[in-house]
Design a protein around this ligand. Structure first.
Ligand code: GLN
Length: 493
């Protein structure tokens, strides 16, 4: 492979392509890093993806990667690859805000496990990415530091809460990124920005050093331009970690090896409920076309039912705020971040700090969460929601007796406009109606591009797998991707 004028088109290279050019020493990690840094300088003011840029550190890491590449030692497929992280990952020495005023100047004292693994793999950190405050939102409009804009059309939202992570990949402001997904925050923005995103099985990747939102749901995962790139990034962070009690002690397969392109005989279920009322016709058409395409490649498509789907959103909006109200109790003005001292007693300090430090959506969730956990309401709301969660899980267990993977839309509509849903929390919450069930069931789910709407914005396809069967959905996704053109479509710069 040769590349005469690398800086002009390095932004369009996949991680896998960059890796082979880097390993062959046809390009340097410094060149790649400088290309991305230049692109961030030119374009990020409009898009708003980065909350913090780590330019000097990136160049130093690039030089270290070049030294490794020249010596040919300790090489991984990610050596010298410029990535960026949602600003929810603790990074030693680099500020981590969670897009909140309460952590505006917070600098962590250690790297989380995923971050440490990525550093050890030789990646280059470009910076920390914008998101909805504490990962609560579906449009990135709940960031305390301003919204992210969709690179396909800046009047539209990129999705959320990992909006910066998705937009940065789509716009070519990082080769790959990491987000987190509690109810859809990797898959939904990936769909809205036309990139690939995977939320692994609950427990597949350590959350140690990732700021907690709803601990029974939160998962770490990558966003990238292609399925292969997502597989490489996932493999780098997956695996058991004694620092996270929920992490699963199962070996990590080589995900890239699973990408055979062969889907012959695979049984793929289409849940009736994912194509019904409330799902935009353009989305239904694009996703059904994708199913037909896979059928043409030898997969068997079967209609299935996930009958409790419509209870997933109300169930999630009890469980997630309940857990958030507990997790966010630690931001009290004493131990972390902002402190607003009004000169009164301790209660006044708590109140002033939390009122000024948290944005309206976060405060709303803390109030809801505290309410559903309070004595007298616990049984009616929280316990009931846990029971409904079990029913939702059982829907999937039954469906997987008949099929190897489930296919459906990621979102009920193509991307919406900025300000369109900001004053209507319920409308915003419904953006995740098709991603939340997977989260409640702890299953792996991914999003990949499968169409462009009439308005010129991306439409995503969701694949859901059995527990720990990321390899199965990655293989189906890769087979589809490689035999269609959607992954080659990028927003105009
Ligand atoms: N949009 C959902 C919410 O607001 C999911 C967020 C997430 O997955 N972090 O809670």
């Amino acid at each position: 492979m040769s590349n005469k004028n690398p800086s002009s088109d390095l932004r369009d290279r996949t991680i896998a392509e960059l890796a082979s050019l880097l390993h062959a020493r046809e390009i340097s990690a410094r060149e790649v890093t400088e290309t991305y840094l230049a692109e961030i300088s030119t374009r990020d003011e409009t898009l708003g993806c980065y909350l913090t840029q780590t330019r000097e550190r990136a160049l130093a890491q690039a030089d270290a990667a070049d030294a490794r590449l020249s010596a040919g030692t300790d090489l991984t497929p990610l050596t010298g690859i410029p990535i960026a992280l949602k600003d929810i990952y603790l990074t030693e020495g680099v500020r981590t805000t969670c897009a909140s005023r309460i952590l505006e100047d917070y600098i962590a004292t250690y790297d989380g496990t995923a971050v440490a693994k990525l550093r050890a793999a030789g990646t280059v950190l470009l910076g920390k990415l914008n998101m909805d405050e504490f990962a609560m939102g579906s449009s990135n409009e709940h960031s305390a530091f301003g919204p992210v804009r969709n690179p396909w059309n800046t009047d539209y939202v990129p999705g959320g809460s990992s909006g910066g992570s998705a937009a940065a990949v789509a716009a070519g402001l990082a080769a790959g990124t990491f987000g987190t997904d509690t109810g859809g925050s990797i898959r939904q923005p990936a769909a809205h920005c036309g990139v690939v995103g995977i939320k692994p099985t609950y427990g597949r990747v350590s959350r140690f050093g990732v700021i907690a939102f709803a601990s029974s749901l939160d998962q770490v995962g990558p966003l990238a331009r292609t399925v292969r790139d997502a597989a490489l990034l996932l493999e780098a962070v997956a695996g058991h970690d004694p620092h996270d009690a929920t992490s699963i002690p199962a070996p990590v397969p080589c995900y890239a090896d699973a990408l055979t392109g062969d889907v012959n005989g695979r049984i793929i279920g289409l849940p009736r409920e994912y194509f019904g009322e409330g799902i935009d016709a353009e989305v239904v058409v694009a996703v059904k076309k994708a199913a037909a395409h896979l059928e043409g490649m030898g997969a068997k498509i079967e209609e299935i039912s996930l009958p409790h789907t419509r209870y997933a959103v109300p169930c999630y909006y009890i469980i997630a705020p309940a857990e958030a109200s507990s997790n966010l109790a630690r931001y009290d003005g004493i131990r972390y971040g902002l402190r607003v001292n009004t000169g009164g007693d301790l209660d006044e300090l708590y109140e002033a700090t939390r009122t000024q430090g948290f944005g309206p959506e976060v405060r709303l969730r803390i109030i809801v969460g505290t309410f559903v956990l309070s004595s007298g309401y616990y049984d009616a709301y929280y316990r009931k929601a846990q029971q409904v969660r079990t029913l939702i899980k059982e829907d999937f267990t039954k469906a997987f007796e008949r099929c190897d993977a489930i296919l459906g839309p990621v979102t009920p509509t193509p991307p919406f406009k900025l300000n369109e849903k900001i004053d209507d929390p319920i409308a915003m919450y419904m953006s995740d109606v098709l991603t939340i069930p997977t989260s409640l069931a702890g299953l792996p789910g991914m999003s990949l591009p499968c169409g462009i709407s009439k308005a010129g914005l991306p439409i995503g396809l969701q694949l859901i797998g059995k527990p720990l069967e990321e390899a199965t959905i990655l293989n189906i996704a890769h087979a589809y991707e490689q035999s269609t053109e959607w992954h080659r479509k990028v927003p105009v710069r």
